[in-house]
Write a protein that binds this ligand. Structure first.
Ligand code: ZN
Length: 355
């Protein structure tokens, strides 16, 4: 990956933007889109749009959500400790003992998620799983008044953990779910801006996926695409202790290419076109099965209005919903290439009626 491109990716991943608070990541994404897209805007829900080949046909929408899981301050107690609620699906065991960054009107406030020392726990307490209601944040405040000078109820926070490279082209980030997708759809649009597609292409970075596909629902209604491809992350099964997961998720490895999903949420002809394109362009790919509505933006896309031709391309990821989400940079580039090359093949004559 080129240095400049990798910096854009790192800037996306490092933006503090949990669901409902996507402002900082939108700024980074749009600044990059403005380099090459014909039209760039943010809608009233917070989804950001970049359009290529306006006036082309049919209309294709790529969706990658740019929110991340995080927390929200819900109470400041007499001693100045902050009590929090989850934005998205947390494994609370991961959150304990972490440093956090709170995004406030006055800027970033640093804190830590506290826990009673192991020495002070009874044998029963040591075996217990901590719950969300047990987590508090310490910002070093003297008391409630002091804390209220720094933070307000409703301020969002995330774990303080940024972009990092590992060996062999792997990278770690707090928010690869799904800044990886938001990155890939914009890189695909960049490739298409240099190509000559028949279609009008909308890359849409969606909000609030982690709390129920809310951004994709409104964005798809607004864009009204003929074809929509969601780009998200999916579970790789190439690390220890995944148990029986392979039997459901298939063998999915980092670095072996984007994962193309097959199942009722996916238009069968679009699936075939994605696979055919990968083969012709010699892009490595993997396949998984999803026997019901996927938990991704593809679900909202498919069910828009009278139905949209929906596809799902996923980037393999280890350790989902942790500050150590790990991906392969090659998979990201191959995902962008697969999206762009597939879009190039779609014309007004392409028939997606499944049977
Ligand atoms: Zn997620």
């Amino acid at each position: 990956m080129k240095k400049k491109t990798q910096q854009f990716l790192a800037d996306l991943v490092n933006s503090i933007s949990p669901s409902g608070y996507e402002g900082p990541v939108a700024k980074v994404w749009k600044a990059e889109a403005e380099i090459f897209a014909q039209k760039v805007w943010t809608d009233t829900h917070g989804n950001s749009h970049a359009v290529i080949n306006e006036g082309g046909s049919p209309r294709i929408m790529f969706a990658g959500h740019y929110d991340e899981i995080g927390f929200q301050v819900s109470y400041i107690d007499e001693q100045g400790f902050l009590w929090i609620q989850a934005l998205g699906g947390w494994d609370t065991q991961i959150a304990q003992g972490q440093r956090v960054q709170i995004s406030t009107k006055k800027g970033i406030v640093k804190g830590v998620i506290g826990k009673v020392a192991i020495h002070m726990q009874t044998p029963e307490e040591r075996k217990k799983v901590s719950q969300m209601k047990d987590l508090w944040v310490d910002i070093g405040a003297k008391d409630q008044k002091d804390a209220e000078k720094m933070v307000e109820v409703g301020d969002p926070l995330v774990i303080d953990s940024g972009f990092m490279e590992l060996s062999n082209g792997l990278a770690v980030g707090r928010a690869f779910d799904d800044r990886a997708g938001a990155f890939a759809i914009l890189e695909a649009a960049r490739l298409l801006a240099k190509a000559n597609p028949a279609a009008e292409v909308h890359a849409v970075a969606t909000v609030q996926e982690e709390i129920g596909l809310r951004g994709a629902t409104t964005a798809t209604f607004g864009v009204d695409p003929d074809v929509g491809i969601a780009v998200d992350v999916t579970f790789s099964t190439d690390h220890p202790n995944m148990g029986e997961a392979k039997k459901r998720e298939n063998q999915i490895d980092l670095g072996k290419g984007p994962v193309i999903t097959r199942g009722p949420n996916i238009n069968a002809k679009l699936f075939d076109l994605l696979v055919k394109t990968a083969k012709e362009e010699k892009i490595p790919y993997q396949i998984n099965a999803a026997p019901r509505g996927t938990g991704t933006d593809a679900n909202a896309i498919q069910l828009n209005r009278s139905g949209v031709v929906a596809g799902l391309v996923s980037i393999p990821l280890r350790y989902m919903h942790s500050p150590c989400e790990t991906i392969s940079l090659d998979d990201l580039e191959n995902t962008a290439k697969l999206l762009a090359k597939t879009a190039e093949k779609i014309t007004p004559k392409t028939n997606f009626v499944p049977f």
